[in-house]
Write a protein of this length. Structure first.
Length: 166
């Protein structure tokens, strides 16, 4: 409770948003300096185990309030020299075990409660799962296509200036 009260109060969260925005600016500036032509990584298939480890460790930044797991891995990948589109695609691959584990955990909890898995509720779970999968697939494909031609500068400004509107 003490840690949550300390880290999730307005000042640390606002500070994390501002620092996160500055880190995004830094990653984008670094991305401009590192020519994709010079990079040995053109696709996710070109990643070496050390590249994957570095990006995986960047997930630790998501423990900071106001930092998303995908944002930490995308920006971390860019800071480690990955092209923006590759870092984004790999970030979503990293999400698969996390989402799979959370889904398995929730299904196990439902399995222990047979009433919850009866009748119409089962169909609601199936339809919800299929709908979520299809919409996530479409959104991820769109985002990967989008970041291939756009940067995260507007999001960095949002993290910094958007706090003034709150």
């Amino acid at each position: 409770k003490h840690i949550k009260a300390l880290l999730f109060s307005p000042i640390p969260v606002a500070s994390a948003f501002i620092v996160g925005g500055l880190i995004i600016f830094w990653a984008e500036r670094r991305q401009q300096k590192i020519s994709i032509a010079k990079s040995h990584i053109k696709t996710v298939d070109d990643l070496m185990p050390m590249d994957a480890l570095k990006v995986g460790l960047a997930q630790c930044a998501a423990l900071i309030p106001g930092t998303s797991r995908s944002g930490a891995t995308i920006i971390g990948g860019m800071l480690f020299g990955l092209p923006r589109a590759v870092a984004t695609e790999f970030s979503f691959f990293l999400a698969i075990p996390v989402i799979g584990g959370a889904t398995a955990y929730e299904l196990l909890k439902l399995w222990k409660n047979p009433v919850a898995l009866s009748g119409d509720f089962t169909w609601a779970i199936v339809v919800g799962f299929i709908s979520a999968f299809i919409s996530a697939f479409i959104c991820v494909r769109w985002l990967i296509h989008y970041v291939a031609g756009h940067n995260f500068i507007p999001f960095a400004w949002y993290r910094i200036v958007g706090l003034q509107k709150s």
